[in-house]
Design a protein around this ligand. Structure first.
Ligand SMILES: Cc1cc2nc3c(=O)[nH]c(=O)nc-3n(C[C@H](O)[C@H](O)[C@H](O)COP(=O)(O)OP(=O)(O)OC[C@H]3O[C@@H](n4cnc5c(N)ncnc54)[C@H](O)[C@@H]3O)c2cc1C
Length: 173
């Protein structure tokens, strides 16, 4: 019996791990666990903000990535028992492992800045991108020359916003 290898997460790291293990090992016993049944091409998420119809093209079903022998379990990892070598899924069931690869990404940091977590929009998923698109569009609809919409943004994603905001500017009252 080959050892059971469990990979957590279907982002870049988890997907690359699954593909590498499938290619390198002869008969691997692989279990792939993730919250969503797809890999999302996160670094292109800014394109969904401009045009939400692109989200579908950036969402790749797990079944199109993994081999037939790899088992996929959809669920949220809520704990890991290292002594027992068990991953806890959704708080109520476990998957045993011989080897475990943890690739569940990161959480957005708010650095303790007051009000930031309550008001900021994060960008980690297709739903986040659609939500940002909708909120900018709605803010632009409500804006006037005297009371313009105010958007605070930084980093790479700001590049994606500029054309969207520019296109809305002419549409404001
Ligand atoms: C808009 C944007 C643009 C970017 N552009 C670039 C770029 O140009 N170049 C670059 O190098 N990097 C870029 N990055 C950063 C890059 O996307 C991240 O470094 C990369 O996604 C990290 O990969 P990861 O696999 O570690 O995590 P993620 O891609 O975040 O994947 C985590 C996976 O784990 C799953 N998951 C999370 N928690 C759980 C849980 N509890 N249980 C089960 N599953 C869980 C998630 O659903 C997801 O499938 C960009 C990021 C963003 C947001």
């Amino acid at each position: 019996m080959p050892p059971q290898i469990v990979v957590l997460g279907a982002g870049y790291a988890g997907t690359a791990a699954i593909r590498s293990l499938e290619n390198e090992l002869e008969h691997p016993d692989l279990v792939w666990v993730s919250k969503e049944p797809h890999h999302f091409v996160l670094h292109e998420a800014h394109r969904c903000i401009r045009d939400p119809s692109i989200c579908d093209k950036l969402t790749i079903p797990i079944e199109d990535i993994k081999s037939d022998h790899t088992r996929f379990v959809r669920g949220t990892v809520t704990g890991i028992e290292t002594e027992a070598r068990d991953v806890i899924i959704d708080g109520d069931h476990t998957i045993g492992y011989d080897y475990l690869i943890i690739a569940i990404g990161s959480q957005t940091a708010f650095f303790g800045i007051e009000g930031l977590e309550a008001h900021a929009l994060t960008l980690k998923s297709p739903d986040d991108a659609r939500s940002i698109h909708d909120q900018i569009t709605n803010a632009a609809k409500d804006a006037t020359r005297d009371e313009p919409a105010q958007i605070v943004i930084g980093g790479l994603v700001s590049r994606a916003f500029k054309p969207r905001v520019r296109s809305l500017r002419g549409a404001t009252k």
